[in-house]
Ligand binder design. Sequence first.
Ligand SMILES: [Zn+2]
Length: 206
Amino acid sequence: MKIDVLPVGWIETNCYLVTCGETREAILIDPGWPDDSIAHRIAERQAQVKLIVNTHAHFDHIGGNAAFVESTGAPLAIHELEVPLLESGGAASVFDLHIDPSPPPDRLLEPGEVLKIGSLNLKVLFVPGHTPGHIALYEPDHKVVFVGDALFRDGVGRTDLPGGSTPTLLASIRNELLTLPDDVTVYSGHGSETTIGDERLNNPWL
Ligand SMILES: [Zn+2]
């Protein structure tokens, strides 16, 4: 498995290209901007993108949906509760910004379902609070979890945007993320990676 971290857009959102080392099938997580670095890395890896997933529908995580759905032909997947935010441009207008409108999702993610990408098995975890339908993707064999804006190194997601809830977010982190093993690497929507163990120990919000 290869994990490429590609920070893109106004606020350096981490887009992740996760490629199966055996089949070169790949999943593209949160293409936040139609940035050339993403297209270049897909080509470099000779990756076949099979699925595009948004952890949630804020503008900085969906701004490249239109471009990469078109260029890869891959279906777009998101949780049902994020669809209104996706359709309304991901709250970009709150910040006076504009993004390319996202195409509608091809697939709605169910908590607990497992996305099979080559030999990778990514389990959908439901972690609302930053937004109502926020999900994370956990790969137990490789001990990695992609958490979007739910959890950061020494931080948690903001909850002051429409649909946010601090108690809901903290419950999601406690019940869905802190129950994972300590040595699971956490890949967040912004900033550097961390581990479940480090956050359990050091995160002042938890
Ligand atoms: Zn967000």
